[in-house]
Design a binder for this molecule. Sequence first.
Ligand code: 5RP
Length: 221
Amino acid sequence: MNEKQMVGEKAAEYIKDGMVVGLGTGSTAYYTIKKLGELVRNGLNITGIPTSEQTAKLAVEQGITLVDFKDVKQIDVAIDGADEFDTNLNLIKGGGGALLREKIIGNAASTFIVIADSSKGAEKLGAFPLPVEIVKFGSEMTSRKIAELGCEPILRLNGNRPFITDNGNYILDCDFKQIDSPDELELQLNMIPGVVENGLFVNMAKRLITIENGELVEKTR
Ligand SMILES: O=C(CO)[C@H](O)[C@H](O)COP(=O)(O)O
């Protein structure tokens, strides 16, 4: 079993009957959703809220009932992957372009569980270029304003066209090299008009499931 499968399936153990579950996006969350599908087919009763169109499709294929977000008052647990995590369980997310919905759902959940293979750990965040979702209007100006914070934003492409998020926006990948104050940078970025959201998830993860020396490890905050 590969590391993504190990952590993804482990997270499914936290899901109990009757829960409303935030379903993450990416190749690690894939294994959680597959496992939850198996459990649902064996009688587990849950409803899911997907963080992307891609996840919605996978969840439906797996037989997981989805609920309309507008009808939801409480998300019990959200489970999602990460592109990087630090020792305080702060994250960089958005490698798959789903960061806005992931942040809304992760933030709304009573418990946000992060699942990440051993390659994702870092002393300080920043080796992974930070995804920032911006509106199309004025995108060049928004990009210049972001650059003033200390990076060279690169417009994410899908082939030779801009990548478009599920929300109809662009993504700028911003290589800050090393992020000393993720909480400050998160706020500074979101203060720039045109920025919709950025991929810094600060103080959100309650539990991390990862791998150390080939073994499952869990850390809580
Ligand atoms: O933030 C994400 C998508 O927007 C993913 O959780 C992140 O990119 C990790 O993906 P993977 O599990 O495929 O490594």
